[in-house]
Write a protein that binds this ligand. Structure first.
Ligand code: GLN
Length: 391
């Protein structure tokens, strides 16, 4: 009998547990404040929780349609019409068990052995392994801090005759930046010119602080038929454990994506689907209040960190602020900082180089700010003391 390590596919055998799971596990073990993995530290919006509880009792607990409840698929279309001016129809929407499942489904449906897939770095850590497991070859295009801009020359140079698709994450986690309209136009232009498909992971589309409305890559000329747009109720409503997401594509493409999804999770819990459908129909004022809450937490952590001598990088979106360690006078690399901060200060963070393939900057750590004020204040105080012990 071969050893366990030899039984496992090399993609997984050579891999570590994700940085998010590892950091959250360590935070639980050490009782640290967890500003690592991105999630709000509360139960979630009462409107959705009540709706889910009601649905558990009064609707159904049996398999919903594989592509999702029609009511939810319609609610997703209405939400995008209202918030992004997109005209979508139900058959374009496949509901998934979280955006990570949507990414898996899209990659399995679209990537064949030998296909090159462009990944901008930093990248969500699921992309590259999924591409490799599908037989594809990830090709990295490294973005440069602090603005993480997309450069036409650099992207064009990465495209070959074997390039099949690119995966874009806009707004970008872990950077907390958002692509400009001109950058999206450039990326879409190269996709059209080179006949590429785009998986556009837009899970942070509704978590923006730059005053700019979100515009999907899918809405650029020539992109409707070649884009898979991925969204997440977990991010929109701060309900990460619900693992509720979706993928959207032109009707023919969506049919293929649905085939992949039906043999991953097949469907997802109906009560959560009913609740998300209700949530997406909440009035604009509800979303504005949600934004104000997140913006206040963001400002509180930014002020606190800056007051403690940390240099915070520009942020336009997501639940994360990044700190430049080198600019903050800290000589530690990001992994060493995160490792020591959780053990010595009791605060978990994410080293940005963990979300990078290839040559990564080693001086940036990410902190999640969707936490109660008292928790943010305590974390800042601990980090301030930790910084003093280093410089
Ligand atoms: N997207 C989340 C983050 O960046 C992590 C998701 C996960 O842990 N699966 O923190």
């Amino acid at each position: 009998m071969a050893r366990a390590g030899e039984l496992i596919h090399p993609v997984y055998a050579e891999m570590q547990t994700t940085v998010f799971e590892a950091m959250s596990g360590l935070a639980r073990e050490l009782g640290a404040i967890n500003l690592g993995q991105g999630f709000p530290d509360d139960l979630g919006p009462v409107e959705l929780i009540d709706a889910a509880a009601r649905a558990l009792r009064e609707k159904s607990n049996q398999y919903p349609p594989s592509a999702g409840l029609p009511e939810l698929r319609d609610a997703i279309c209405a939400f995008y019409q209202r918030r992004q001016g997109m005209a979508l129809s139900r058959e374009q929407v496949i509901v998934t068990s979280g955006a990570t499942e949507a990414i898996a489904g899209a990659v399995l449906a679209l990537v064949s052995p030998g296909d090159e897939v462009i990944l901008f770095q930093p990248a969500y850590d699921a992309y590259a392994p999924m591409v490799r497991r599908a037989g594809g070859v990830p090709v990295s295009v490294a973005l440069q801090p602090p603005m993480w801009r997309y450069e036409a020359k650099q992207l064009a140079a990465a495209i070959t005759s074997r390039t099949r698709l690119l995966i874009l994450n806009d707004p970008l986690n872990p950077a907390g930046t958002a692509a400009s309209e001109a950058e999206l136009a450039m990326i879409s232009g190269l996709c059209v010119e080179n006949d590429l498909i785009a998986i556009s992971d837009e899970v942070w589309e509704d978590v923006r602080f730059d005053g700019a409305g979100h515009r999907s890559l899918m809405s650029f000329p020539g992109m409707a038929k070649r884009t898979v747009k991925i969204g997440s109720a977990g991010k929109i409503f701060g309900l990460t454990g619900w693992k509720s997401g979706w993928m959207i594509a032109a009707p023919e493409l969506a049919k293929g994506l649905a085939r992949a999804h039906q043999f991953i999770t097949f469907t997802s819990p109906p009560a959560l689907q009913w609740a998300v459908a209700e949530g997406l129909a909440l009035p604009d004022a509800w979303f504005a209040a949600r934004d104000a809450g997140w913006a206040a937490s963001r400002q509180r952590l930014k002020r606190g960190l800056e007051g403690a001598g940390f240099v915070v990088l520009p942020n336009a979106a997501t639940w994360f602020l990044c700190v430049d360690l080198a600019a903050s006078g800290i000589a530690l690399g990001d992994r060493a900082f995160s490792e020591r901060a959780i053990r010595e200060a009791g605060v978990a963070s994410i080293p940005v180089s963990a979300l990078f393939e290839g040559e990564a900057p080693q001086h940036i750590v990410r902190f999640c700010f969707t936490k109660p004020d008292a928790m943010l204040d305590e974390a800042v105080q601990r980090l301030a003391g930790f910084r003093r012990s280093l410089v």
